[in-house]
Design a protein around this ligand. Structure first.
Ligand code: ATP
Length: 267
């Protein structure tokens, strides 16, 4: 059988408290994905009210799509099977299809399980537009999604930066039937992201995360995380260059200033 080296089965440890500024998404996903797991009988009684099998998270890179999928799995005690679309598409003709079937087979064996398809656009590209072997890959994915019965404890979360190029059959109800936009964090969310990523850092009293949030417009969560770690390195290097007794090992606002001046965000 085809082994997907990058598909990992794990129970992630990401909690909602690790994710800032996306309370509305949490609420929505709790309704769509977690409640049916908690109250399956109720849903059956209501005539299969939640027939959803998959949700699509879309938006710019680095804005917590992966984190969200992991949090859903953690908070609902489900296994988590992560697959990267770009890995699947690199395979030889026929092999990608086999790998997709294999992912679904493994998910059914590990249920309750969430399959997380990152970069779903690379396998779910519109069949009209793709010149490569995309046709069979999309068809296989559609068939596998159709083969999953709602409420049978396999859910699919897809993530993409390019929802516009997805095959329309894929985003039809019964497949990815809920589409949730995950945008760049606003100022308030950025402040919380700074709080999360500086939780374990020795911050000096002059560090003002509110000011940092106001100066990082257009930064993604991943950009903020990177900024915090660059800043940490600056603090360490400052200290190691002058480890005198009156030099406290801490991170000061000037380190953040320098990191901001020297590094621009990637997204
Ligand atoms: P991509 O499209 O590049 O795969 P993504 O949207 O899946 O990106 P993640 O991989 O979830 O983004 O985020 C990258 C990292 O950025 C996370 O591991 C996390 O540390 C940080 N991050 C992003 N958004 C947030 C947020 N809202 N709260 C806390 N951390 C965040």
């Amino acid at each position: 059988p085809t082994v997907l080296k990058d598909s990992i089965l794990e129970v992630p440890k990401v909690r909602w408290t690790d994710i800032a500024g996306l309370g509305h998404v949490q609420k929505l996903l709790e309704e769509i994905m977690i409640r049916p797991i908690k109250f399956p009988d109720l849903y059956l009684k209501f005539g299969g009210a939640a027939s959803r099998k998959g949700v699509l998270l879309y938006g710019p890179p680095g804005c917590a799509k992966t984190l969200i999928a992991q949090a859903v799995a953690t908070e609902s005690n489900q296994n988590f099977l992560a697959v990267k679309g770009s890995e699947l598409i690199k395979m030889y003709v026929g092999e990608s299809e086999r790998a997709i079937r294999d992912v679904f087979r493994r998910a059914r064996a590990a249920k309750p399980c969430i399959i997380f398809f990152d970069e779903i656009d690379s396998i779910g590209k519109s069949r009209e537009k793709s010149q490569d072997s995309g046709l069979n890959v999309v068809t296989t994915l559609l068939n596998e999604m159709d083969g999953i019965e709602a409420l049978k404890e396999v859910f699919i979360i897809g993530a993409t930066n390019r929802p516009d190029i997805l095959d329309s059959a894929l985003i039809r109800p019964g497949r990815f039937d809920a589409h949730i936009h995950i945008g760049l964090p606003n100022e308030d969310a950025r402040k919380q992201i700074f709080e999360i990523h500086t939780r374990k850092m020795p911050l000096a009293g002059d560090v003002d995360l509110g000011i940092l949030a106001s100066r990082t417009q257009d930064y993604s969560g991943a950009d903020i995380k990177a900024l915090c770690s660059i800043t940490g390195e600056m603090g360490i290097s400052d200290y190691t260059q002058n480890p005198s007794p009156d030099n406290t090992p801490e991170i000061r606002m000037c380190h953040f200033e320098r990191a901001l001046a020297e590094h621009s965000p990637h997204t």
